[in-house]
Write a protein that binds this ligand. Structure first.
Ligand code: SME
Length: 161
């Protein structure tokens, strides 16, 4: 059983502790599915107000759903489509305060109102994206984006195989 101490006092402390927990959870393990599954679960456990937490992987030029917690989701997303496809195309984090206002947003769960998608790059190669959905509008801010980018920088070499 894993037990982590993750502070909820401030976002800075939350992401600092989450980073340490993800490091401990994935250190020395090189199985990509195992590490993505535990990362999705860790994030879902400690980040409040999410209804979907997980990964899309780059497979033969398109995004394919990977380990996640949430409702069953669309399986394949073309680069450039939706929020995930925008992150894959631009290689930039997509912070969407209102998914209904995002052109081409792909609705996998009608409850989703805001979304954060972080591209995962290792050695100049796009491995996939982290996708977080929330039922609350404007759930994510720049601190969440930076915090999740740091988490994915840590995870990237551990899911690259
Ligand atoms: N909303 C995403 C699709 C994936 S689901 O949110 C899990 C998008 O527009 O890319």
């Amino acid at each position: 059983m894993y037990e982590f101490t993750v502070s909820a006092d401030s976002k800075a402390e939350l992401y600092r502790d989450l980073h340490a927990a993800l490091d401990a959870l994935t250190e020395g393990e090189h199985d990509a599915i195992a590490n993505m599954a535990n990362a999705a679960a860790l994030i879902a456990q400690y980040l409040p107000d999410l209804n979907w937490s997980g990964f899309y992987r780059m497979v033969a030029g398109e995004l394919v759903v990977g380990p996640f917690l949430g409702k069953p989701a669309c399986i394949r997303i073309a680069v450039g489509d939706g929020v995930c496809g925008a992150a894959a195309k631009t290689l930039e984090t997509q912070l969407v305060e209102d998914v209904h206002a995002f052109p081409g947003h792909i609705a996998c769960d009608a409850a989703s109102r805001s979304e954060l998608v972080v591209p995962i790059v290792h050695e100049d190669r796009l491995i996939g994206v982290l996708d977080l959905d929330s039922p609350s509008a404007a759930r994510f801010d720049a601190q969440d984006a930076a915090g999740c980018e740091a988490l994915m920088t840590l995870l990237a070499p551990r899911i690259a195989a």
